[in-house]
Design a protein around this ligand. Sequence first.
Ligand code: UDP
Length: 333
Amino acid sequence: EGMKILVLGGAGYIGSHTVYELIDAGEDVVIIDNLETGYKEAVHPKAKFYQGDLRDRAFVDSVLDQETDIDAVIHFAANSLVGESMTNPLKYYDNNLCGTKTMLESMVAHGVDKIVFSSTAATYGEPEKTPILETDRTEPTNTYGETKLSMEKMFKWVGKAHGLRFVSLRYFNACGAHKSGEIGEAHNPETHLIPLILQVPNGKRDAISIFGTDYPTKDGTCVRDYIHVTDLAQAHILAVKYLMQGNESDIFNLGNGIGFTVKEVIETAKEVTGKPIKAVEEGRRAGDPAVLIASSEKAKKVLGWNPEHANLHEIIESAWNWHSTHPEGYKTK
Ligand code: UDP
């Protein structure tokens, strides 16, 4: 009855959380990860783990030769730092696009025909309106978003030629951590707002920088749609089921549809941790749109997705549960 799912990038932040949910649901999980940004400790002990790179066709073929009955692939294996993608764009083209191309070649050769893809709100670029719909214009403002959009298009054209079906999930601001406290968000270097804020009460940083206080928002700071990583993980499982039922390829936004300003996130983190958090107002960070809020009505209607941890206090509480017990992140790096 259970499904067998190959998770690419299953040792990374969102990948590892999805693996935990899949295994909790009784599914069989195989992971490929090159551990460039993932962590061995984030690999669920019940998952079968292959360390290697998607750009290595012989390696990918050897995994698919051994794992013959894979029902679907979930693809998280990509570089995802906006700033780095602007200074080193070819790294993003190489890893994100060449890795996906090689993986698809191997999938087509092995008759694996379903893929759920970890995409991003960065495919939209500067939004035309709020909340963002899947039908809105896609004009990425950074290389990272451009490569994710190109990956979506690769699935589309490979689908037309070879019968591959895909679901692309465009997430907004992933955050929070697994309830077990076993896994959480760990990036090196860290660039995301919530883990950076929590470094202050953790004694790892003196203050949080607020990037821009002159945006056209209620307090002048950027508004983002923060979505719990466990809710994202559940959406991937629903997307696999959607494809298993024979449905057509499609693209869905994943967010809560509610925006919080940077200052509101800092205030909530003070409440959660019970500690003072010093904030320093600085200039804008290049490429930040003022407001990014998702309409996820389509995912709710078509996939039956229902985010269960939409409350910002609860999201930050789960993140703090991880960061306060793992101030250095995972031990291996
Ligand atoms: N941000 C900030 N200080 C930081 C890191 C981020 O003010 O140290 C802001 C950033 O400008 C953006 C929001 O927090 O408006 C969320 O940034 P993050 O990098 O977490 O996610 P993004 O929205 O870029 O995907």
